[in-house]
Design a protein around this ligand. Structure first.
Ligand code: FES
Length: 86
């Protein structure tokens, strides 16, 4: 039976998909983010990042404090030139 547990609700990424990526050699949160898009949804990984870290830990044995975290970036919103020029 396939593991259809949703880990990233925003992007509907399952635990099975994350485990497949880990088995291909990607063992950090940013790598999983790039491979699957997990952590790139509306919540920006607030819901799924810790779950992904626990899966990496369980599947690889890498201690949680040694797993490279997601790179955080300041939120960027488009603004009009008019606002800057005033
Ligand atoms: S649950 Fe993964 S980005 Fe929101």
């Amino acid at each position: 039976m396939k593991n259809k547990k949703i880990i990233c609700r925003c992007k509907e990424i399952t635990e099975e998909e994350i485990i497949e990526v880990i088995k291909k050699g990607i063992k950090d949160v940013d790598g999983i983010k790039r491979a699957l898009g997990a952590g790139m949804g509306l919540c920006q990984g607030k819901t799924c990042t810790n779950l992904i870290i626990k899966i990496i830990n369980r599947e690889t044995g890498i201690p949680i404090d040694k797993i490279r975290q997601q790179t955080s970036r300041a939120p960027v919103r488009p603004i009009s030139i008019k606002i800057i020029s005033e």
